[in-house]
Unconditional design. Structure first.
Length: 619
């Protein structure tokens, strides 16, 4: 196996791939670590060059500890892995301590491993966005406290993590703060590039070469192109290259240096449009794990596995499932939100083994919980328990909400849209006339009784800001025509509306009223009887209106296809979708959830009902 050089000065042109020694997570399972940088847009480099830290702007000097004492080389690799944790580190207020349970499993596996077994702990990304712990991240330098996901993973001995699309929800500058403060492991993505804040070689890396008990493992990170928030005003250059093209350039360089290869793929299970995990019908995932497996199989004979993420898919729960061995390469994924810990075992000459370890079973490492989780829980517990309002009835509960958000008028969406418009009445630059919200942004209902901040967070856990788009009456009519085709139709009775349906069906505020005529097929569906503030839309065709919506919608809603691509989510016929990105837009900088919480505090009664703003029928 080729030797790994100590740092030397790189050719100042810096056109090739670079490798330099770094310090592993002191709580992890590695004896040595090298970090690899590759420009995803440059031609394929012929070889790796050793790089001194001064060749990488702002990179800290790597430590150079003495080599570990000689020991037998490991012949078996065990990978413990998580994905899409979304900061579900503990179920508050008194539920399972998921991260403490993960830490216990990792510690016990490492303690039980003999000299023949190397144990690595990895995350395949989306460690952020989705729980009350997000509040510790803040939205800027002034309110950043800590990065709970990265801090907990570091303490649990994580050896490397991929960058997922939700890592960018609060902007790359905030991600950089989290990495700098709390990531004691390398953060990997070979295909993210051109950020104004996230610097390759300093904050993240294309790949890593890890050494544990004499075994070398190449770890490559890849990020989805489909749902990463690029093009935001705070970071206009941020982009994501083709994961397949980047893997084709990188894998031949790093595989010869390793005994085994791990691809941390935050690209999704399947390929193209595919239904699995949280998607109850096919969603757009683009280049993903199936294509990566085919590519890797062509390029290396080293043992190789794909540790996947993004689609929240439960794979290999009771052992390797045959459909997940593609071209001889195992694809694994551990669902999401800390429900499972994945385990993969690679032994030379044997078929890979895999399983999922169910979490939430009460097997926490109590010492870990006390030392690392309880201080963070204390920071968010008070905020979570704060009362903000009161729901007098059950009309906004999950039973009333889960179906209606995709099939027609949704009372909870009515409340949220109308509250947003009301709260922004004094917005500098002009109040919004309307608000639009995609049904998939509502993840829980509001139960009757007192409502706390934590309960409202469960309704809308995503990290969205408020954008204002400007559209004419004619453009609004075109948006509604596209929306009519996205409706979950009356004859689609076998679709689980509790899951994610990637059609982007929109709900509107009260100033907009119309009817959807489903027609015989989605292609024949249409919107009619459209009025704005009581006037027919035809009379307002040239008038401009300001529409408030989430970051997600304003950026084209990615897989939900308000970006001009054919409507997805199981709608047949490749029907063209409207492109919201073409409309003039302004980011207010206001956090969507905080605007609604402010409104609730001022007007605590949380109630709404269907009022006929959307009717479904042919009459």
């Amino acid at each position: 196996m080729p030797a790994i050089p100590d740092p030397i000065r790189l050719d100042p042109r810096g056109r090739g791939a670079r490798i330099r020694r770094a310090t592993p997570n002191p709580r992890g399972g590695l004896d040595a670590l090298w970090l690899i940088e590759v420009d995803p847009l440059a031609p394929a480099p012929a070889e790796l060059s050793a790089a001194a830290p001064e060749d990488i702007p702002g990179a800290p000097p790597p430590s150079a500890p003495p080599p570990p004492a000689p020991r037998p080389s490991a012949t078996r690799l065990r990978l413990l892995h998580v994905n899409d944790l979304h900061n579900h580190l503990a179920d508050l207020p008194e539920g399972p301590q998921r991260m403490a349970e993960i830490a216990g499993h990792v510690a016990r596996a490492r303690a039980a491993a003999g000299p023949e077994e190397a144990v690595l702990f990895l995350s395949a990304g989306d460690d952020h966005t989705g729980s009350i712990f997000d509040e510790l991240l803040g939205w800027g330098a002034a309110d950043f406290t800590l990065d709970p996901g990265y801090r907990a993973l570091s303490a649990a001995g994580c050896d490397a993590a991929a960058i997922g699309n939700h890592e960018f929800d609060r902007g790359a500058a905030q991600l950089v703060r989290g990495i700098a403060a709390d990531a004691d492991f390398p953060v990997l993505s070979a295909n993210v590039h051109s950020s104004a804040h996230l610097v390759p070689g300093r904050h993240y890396h294309a790949a890593a070469l890890a050494e544990a008990k004499g075994m070398r493992i190449a770890i490559i990170g890849l990020t989805t192109r489909v749902e990463t928030r690029v093009g935001q005003p705070s970071d206009p250059g941020l982009a994501v290259a083709s994961p397949v093209a980047v893997l084709e350039r990188l894998l031949p360089l790093v595989a010869p240096l390793a005994d085994a290869v791990v691809i941390l793929s935050h690209c999704g299970y399947g390929g193209g449009t595919h239904a699995s995990g949280k998607a109850t019908v096919a969603r757009d995932i683009g280049e993903a794990d199936f294509a990566l497996a085919e590519t890797a199989a062509r390029l290396t004979r080293r043992p190789c596995v794909i540790v996947g993420a993004h689609t929240h898919t439960r794979l290999n729960e009771q052992g390797v499932e045959p459909q997940n061995l593609r071209h001889g390469i195992l694809i694994a994924q551990a669902e999401a939100n800390g429900r499972f810990l994945g385990e993969i075992t690679l032994t030379p000459g044997e078929a890979p083994q895999a399983r999922l370890i169910a979490l939430g079973q009460g097997a926490e490492d109590r010492a870990f919980a006390a030392a690392h989780m309880e201080p963070m829980i204390a920071l968010v517990r008070d905020r979570m328990a704060q009362p903000i309002g009161f729901a007098p009835g059950d009309g906004l509960g999950w039973g009333a909400t889960r179906d209606s958000r995709y099939r027609g008028e949704c009372a909870l969406a009515n409340y949220m849209n109308d509250a947003l418009v009301a709260e922004l009445a004094g917005l500098p630059g002009g109040a919004p006339d309307l608000a639009l919200l995609n049904g998939g942004s509502i993840l829980a209902g509001v139960a009757p009784g007192p409502v706390t901040f934590g309960q409202w967070f469960d309704v809308m856990p995503y990290s969205d800001e408020v954008f204002i788009l400007t559209a004419t009456g004619a453009e609004i009519a075109a948006i509604l025509q596209s929306n009519a085709r996205r409706l979950l139709r009356p004859d689609e009775t076998d679709i689980d509306t509790g899951g994610f349906i990637a059609r982007g069906f929109l709900q509107a505020s009260s100033g907009l009223r119309y009817r959807i005529v489903p027609g015989g097929t989605a292609a024949k569906a249409r919107a009619d009887r459209i009025t704005l503030f009581g006037q027919p839309i035809a009379e307002l065709a040239a008038r401009r209106f300001r529409i408030a919506m989430t970051t997600y919608l304003a950026l084209g809603s990615f897989g939900e296809r308000w970006n001009g691509l054919p409507i997805a989510g199981g709608v047949p016929g490749d029907l063209p979708g409207h492109d919201l990105r073409a409309l003039p837009s302004q980011n207010t900088g206001l956090v969507y959830r905080e605007v609604l919480v402010r409104h609730i505090r001022a007007t605590p009664r949380i109630e709404a009902a269907p009022d006929g703003r959307l009717c479904i029928g042919d009459g």
